[in-house]
Write a protein that binds this ligand. Sequence first.
Ligand code: DX5
Ligand code: ZN
Length: 229
Amino acid sequence: MTVAIQISPSILSADFANLAAECNKVADACDWLHVDVMDNHFVPNLTLGLPVVEKLLQAVNTPVDCHLMIENPERWAPGYAEAGAHSVTFHVEAATNPREVIRSIRAAGSRVGMGIKPKTRLEDYEELLPELDMLLIMTVEPGFGGQSFMADMMPKVRAARELIRRDDLQLWIQVDGGIAANTIEEAAEAGADVFVAGNAVYKADDPAEACRRLRDLAETTHRNSWWCC
Ligand code: DX5
Ligand code: ZN
C-alpha cells in the first residue's frame, strides 16, 4: 500500500472559546482536525459532544477526526458519522460488540478507527484489523493533553505495521499522546503514519509552522525507515 504521512492537530489544546479560528490557524498545514470527545466515565475528563462537533463541521473545511473516549459507543458513535465527521474512532475497551460498532459507523458514512489504550494488547484484537480504516495506538493514558510520550508503546506500533505489511491491509496507524518534535521520529520509525499532536501544535507560537515541522520530521524518518516502500 502507499503510505502518506498525515498530521492531525488535537483541538483539546486550543482555545475552546474560539474554536473555528483556532482550527483555521492550521487548515493549510494539516490533514485532519482531531476532536477529543470525553464523557467523564470512560476517562476522568469531560470535553465536548455532538452539538459542538456539528457546529464545528459547519465552520471548517478540514476533515474532522473524532476520537470518542466514551462509554457505550454502540449508542453514540454513529451520530458523529451521521453529522459528517470524516473519521470516527471508538475505544475497543468501551465496546460490548466491536464488530457492530465498526459496522454501524461505516454504515453511517465515515471512516472507522479503533483505539486501544496503553495496557490493551494488540494480539487480542488482531482479527478486527481487516475491518478497520485506522488503528489508534494511544501513547499516553487517554484523558488529558500535555502528558509524556510512552516510548514503550513502540513495539505495539511496530507489530501493527508488520501485520499490515504481512497481510497487505489498507489500514492507517495513528498515534496520540505526547507527539512532538522530539518524539515523532521514534513513532514514525516504529511504523505510525497518522500523528495527533495537541500541545506541540497549539502551545507553539506558530501552530501551522509546528504542523509543517512535525510533517517534515515524520516524512524524512519514514523515507529512511524499514517500512518504507
Ligand atoms: C488525550 C487525547 C489527545 C490529546 C493529545 O487523551 O486523546 O488527543 O489531546 O495531546 P498532547 O499532544 O498534548 O499529548
Ligand atoms: Zn485524542
